[in-house]
Design a protein around this ligand. Structure first.
Ligand SMILES: [Zn+2]
Length: 261
């Protein structure tokens, strides 16, 4: 049985038999894996507090021929939202966010296919969470980059309809997945067009500015790039619409976060 060691992000776990857990994790070098953590549900398990969603850990696992499930030998946690909450650098909402980020990565990462950029994104948001970056800004940053890495984030450089700048903010028209400038969103004087676009999502200049900053900075830097509450809500709505179209569902953890708020 070949044994592999890697840095990995824990994405989720579920119960197996009486005392075990199945762990879904994203390795840095070999993509997403599913493995059995023997005895992980026992009170004195060596896996206790190592399998929280979005924990970054050193992991060793055996791969068995013709089996989908690997066998996990050890998990050595390095950084997690849980330790940040325990130290008081983040409040408990960081745990809900860690779960949300992990669920999104799980949805997007294909099995057994290395994706170093996705790994780096996940790893960097763990550091940002642990370094007390506000969770609201971090969530919008993460969604932006996740969609961007998949090549589905709308164009930000110029309005795709008129080529003009987004100098007055932007609008994602109803049932569409791109941003247009306020002039085009208004129908350019064409009443039919304007009526067609009622119900779109508006992004203020502050929201657009946050996206442009996010495009060029690491999540740690968000600590100096505050996002006001109104702009955060605009981006949350736009991103929820984009995620909904591309995932064809709403994630459980996203619903829970909204209910908590
Ligand atoms: Zn335009």
């Amino acid at each position: 049985m070949p044994v592999y060691t890697s840095e990995a992000l824990i994405l989720r776990t579920y119960k197996l038999a009486e005392a075990d857990r199945i762990v879904v994790f994203l390795t840095k070098d070999r993509g997403k894996k599913r493995g059995v953590a023997k005895g992980a549900r026992r009170a004195k398990s060596r896996f206790t507090a190592t399998l929280e969603p979005l924990t970054r850990a050193g992991i060793a696992y055996y791969e068995r021929e013709l089996r989908d499930l690997v066998r996990i030998n050890y998990v050595e946690p390095q950084r997690s939202a849980l330790t940040a909450v325990a130290r008081g650098t983040q409040d408990a909402s960081a745990l809900g966010h860690a779960e949300y980020f992990a669920e999104l990565i799980d949805e997007w990462a294909p099995e057994g296919h290395a994706d170093e950029r996705l790994y780096r994104l996940g790893s960097s948001v763990i550091d940002a969470l642990a370094d007390a970056v506000p969770t609201d800004a971090l969530a919008r940053y993460f969604e932006f980059w996740l969609l961007r890495l998949q090549g589905v984030y709308p164009q930000l450089s110029a309005c795709p309809e008129c080529g003009g700048a987004f100098d007055g903010g932007a609008v994602m028209p109803a049932r569409e997945q791109h941003y247009v400038c306020r002039r085009c969103a208004g129908g350019g004087g064409c009443a039919d067009r304007s009526a067609e676009r009622v119900g779109g999502t508006t992004l203020s200049l502050a929201a657009m500015h946050f996206l442009r900053t996010s495009a060029t900075c690491s999540p740690d830097a968000l600590i100096d790039a505050p996002l006001d509450a109104a702009a955060a809500r605009e981006l949350e709505t736009a991103h929820r619409r984009l995620l909904h179209v591309h995932l064809e569902k709403e994630l459980k953890s996203a619903r829970v976060l909204r209910q908590i708020r």
